[in-house]
Design a protein around this ligand. Sequence first.
Ligand code: ADP
Ligand code: ASP
Ligand code: MG
Length: 411
Amino acid sequence: MNIVVQKFGGTSVRNLECQQQVMKKVLRLCREGNKVIVVLSAMSGETNRLLNLASKWSENPDRAELDSMVSTGEQISCALFTMLLKQQGVKARSILGFQAPIITDDAHGKARIISIDDKKLKELLKEYDILVVAGFQGCSENGRITTLGRGGSDTSAVALAAAVNADICEIYTDVSGVFTTDPNICADARKIERVAYDEMLEMASMGAKVLQPRSVEFAKKFNVTVHVRSTFSDEPGTIVTQEDETMESVLVSGIAYDKDQAQITLVHVEDKPGVSAQIFSPFADKKILVDMIIQNPSKDGKTDMTFTIPRDDMELAIKTLESLQYEIGFKELNSNLNVSKISIIGVGMRNHSGVAARAFQALADENINILMISTSEIKVTCLIDDKYTELAVRTLHKAFHLEEGEPIEKS
Ligand code: ADP
Ligand code: ASP
Ligand code: MG
C-alpha cells in the first residue's frame, strides 16, 4: 500500500474555495492509487482568535484547558474538509489526535510526540482511502488533549509519515518552498531546490517558520523526505533530505529571523560554582528554552548574566527568578522584549573563516547595534533591536549574495 502524507497549513484551508483547491490535490493523488493521510491546520487566524478569547477569561489560563480549547481549530477544519470529500463519494473520515491516537508527554502547549499507533492507522487505511487527521494535537498518557506548539501541524504530519512509513511527506503552504530567507520580507529571496536536514533544522530553529523545528528533527531521525510546496500552484518546491553532493555548494544558504525573543539580565550575581545551575535548572524543569547566554567578566566576586528565552515564557521566567532571588543572590533583574535574533546559516561555513566578520561589518554599515552574538559550526546568530529586523535580513542577504548563491570557492 502506497501511503502519502499531505499537510495543508492555515492559509490553505482558510475558506471553502481554498479547501476545494486542496481537495483537487488530494483527490488527484488518491486517483493515482495512493492512500492519503491529510493533515490539516486550523483555518488561518483561528488559533490566534482562540488564544485571545482565553486571555479575556483568564490572565494566566490553565494550560490543559487552553489545549482543550485551542485544539478545536483543527477539529473544525478537518470535519469541514471531510464533508467535502464525502460529498464527492470518497471513502474518508476525520481523526482527532486522541483517536489516532497520537500519544504525547503532558507538557501542555509544547507537548512532544511519544508514539503513534501505526497499526490502527494502517487498519483504517484498508477501510478508507483518505484519513483527515487533525494537526497540532495529541493526547497525554493520562488521556488529556495536548498541543504541540505553534506550527505543530508540520510535526504531526512528519511524525505520521514516519509512523506509517509513507513514501513522502508533502507540506503545502502559502509560499512555493523554502527560500534563502522569508520571501515575504525580502523580494530577492531565492527558492532552494534541495536542502539538508541539518541546514533546515538550523533555519527552522532560528525562526524560519515555514517548518516547525521538531518536524525537521523527526524527518532527520526517521529519514522522511519532506517536500515543501505551494497549495496554490503545481510547481516543484523544496526537498528536505539527507545531505548529498547534488546540493548547492554555497558558503551561506539562508538567513533566518526570530522576533519571538526576549532578553533577561541578572545584575550582580554571585560569581561562584553552582550559580548557573541554580539559575537554569528551574528553567529546564519548566521547559523554558534558554538560548544565548553571556556571563560578563567577574568584578569583586559579582557578575552579570544575560540570556534569551522565547517571548511567551517571559512572565513565567521572571516569576521563577524572583522566587529564587534570595538563593541566587542577584541585585536586579532587567528584561527587554524588543529584541530579535538574526542568523546566518550554511554548512558551507564549516571550514571557512570570515563569515562572522563579514556579517558584523554589514550590520555596522547600516548602524545596527549587536546586543549578543553566538556561533556554531554552521551558523552565526546576532541579537539586535527588533525594529531593525527587516533591514538586517535584507542587508545580510545582500552581503552574502544569496540572490544568486555565493560559491564556496569565491570566499
Ligand atoms: P502554514 O500556515 O502553511 O503552516 P506558516 O505561516 O507557518 O504557513 O509558514 C509559511 C511562512 O513562513 C511563509 O509565508 C513565510 O512568510 C515564512 N517563512 C519564513 N522564513 C521562510 C523561508 N526561509 N522560506 C519560506 N518561507 C519562510
Ligand atoms: N494551528 C496551529 C498554529 O496556528 C498549528 C499549525 O498551524 O501548525 O500554530
Ligand atoms: Mg506553519
